[in-house]
Ligand binder design. Structure first.
Ligand code: NAD
Length: 369
């Protein structure tokens, strides 16, 4: 069995707690003989700044590029909020994504039955929800040139950014969306603003051409982003895979994540381009931040990070059955009423990070027997 090299980055706040929980789950898979890991740990964010005076060292970048996958928890916290922008914890994560060429961000929004009532939407709208948002991550208006702030002759200022997408940038993210759709419901909805933006028109035309040429078996629809934001709260179950640009994806994926009710449950994956040997840079992380308000208290919900590991099994190692097993274990733990504080309902006594992890490991053993 091939040994998979993992770089684990705990980061700040609750990061070390949720990573320790996830490593116990990884140990279970290794002890069960299902997969072999070689895990090394590194520093990122404030934890790296405290030691190296930078939120990400070149050495950590090298290790990340050499790993089969990176498992990252979260960064940031009030301790580092007054630092100059170029050494802030967030800068470390942005640089890592860029250095690894992670252009595709996958954010599933899945509503587990046991948590359906935690959504702010009506139960029948979200029960059984399973959508995947594919966001372009390293192009578009956040990176486009020219950008800046200029002084105007009348003494006022003008801030400006550029939205631009090339054919190559559009096609590589579209391939990710179509390939994913083939493994799911075979439907892609591409979201743009082609009615008022040239970049949106090119986006729409290139995606349509690609579908016609290479993915005739996948149903493609197009939606303007303003309509999509409305449809996501009106009838979210109409979607299977949504593919969109960096700016629209940033907003829509946060909106979709709240359909599920809790930040502590949401995993994500960021993928780069596969090389000629098929090796693909990949980073897996929970959507939540470092939760400084509860850090060190032993009460963080580890499930978003554990489910990020499930995504690693599925997308980096093609171990779909193992990913299914882990997701099923999480679902049955929740169905049995075990909850951390962030997802506990009235009448439920919350458990801590360790007890939640104990329950997942125990359930894995029971399901695998
Ligand atoms: P946050 O996600 O850290 O916390 C928001 C709220 O959700 C808090 O009340 C927190 O206690 C709770 N929460 C989050 N994750 C939880 C979990 N696993 N279990 C239980 N409760 C959980 O967002 P924030 O408060 O806006 O930001 C805090 C810090 O995190 C900031 O420094 C911010 O820059 C950083 N941040 C980092 C990332 C990242 O690492 N990718 C993402 C977002 C924010």
């Amino acid at each position: 069995m091939k040994t998979r090299k993992i770089l684990a980055l705990a980061g700040d706040g609750i990061g070390p707690e949720v990573l320790a929980a996830t490593r116990r789950v990884m140990d279970w898979f290794q002890a069960a003989g299902r997969i072999k890991f070689d895990v090394s740990e590194g520093l990122i964010g404030g934890a790296s700044y405290d030691v190296h005076k930078t939120p990400l060292t070149d050495d950590t970048v090298t290790q990340a590029k050499a790993a089969d996958a990176v498992l990252f928890a979260c960064i940031g916290g009030p301790k580092w909020d007054t630092l100059p922008y170029d050494v802030r914890p967030e800068k470390g994560l942005l640089r890592l994504r860029k250095e690894m060429g992670l252009f595709a961000n996958l954010r599933p929004a899945i509503v587990m039955d046991a948590l359906a009532s935690a959504s702010s939407l009506k139960l029948d709208l979200v029960k059984g929800l399973d959508i995947m948002i594919v966001r372009e991550l390293i192009g578009g208006i956040y990176f486009g040139e020219p950008r800046g702030v200029e002084q105007l002759p009348d003494g006022t200022r003008r801030g400006y950014n550029t939205q631009a997408y090339s054919t190559a940038e559009i096609l590589r993210i579209a391939h990710v969306a179509f390939d994913l759709a083939r493994k799911r419901g075979k439907r892609v909805c591409s979201v743009d603003k082609a009615n008022v933006m040239e970049s949106g028109l090119v986006w729409r035309e290139e995606i349509t051409k690609l579908r016609d040429a290479q993915y005739p078996d996948v149903e493609l629809s197009h939606m303007y982003v303003d309509n999509c934001s409305m449809q996501l709260v009106r009838n979210p179950k109409q979607f299977d895979v949504i593919v969109t640009d960096n700016l629209f994806g940033d907003i829509l994926s946060d909106l979709a994540s709240m359909l599920t009710g809790s930040l502590g449950m949401l995993p994500s994956a960021s993928l780069g381009a596969a090389d000629s040997s098929g090796r693909q840079p990949a980073l897996y992380e929970p959507v939540h931040g470092s939760a400084p308000d509860i850090a060190g208290k032993g009460i963080a919900n580890p499930l978003a990070m554990i489910l990020s590991f499930a995504m690693m099994l599925r997308y980096s190692f093609n171990l779909g059955a193992d990913a299914d097993l882990l997701e099923k274990a999480v679902q049955s733990v929740l169905s049995s009423g075990i909850r951390t504080g962030d997802i506990a309902e009235a009448g439920q006594t919350p458990v801590g990070t360790v007890a939640m992890t104990d329950a997942v490991v125990k359930e894995l053993t029971r399901l695998a027997a």
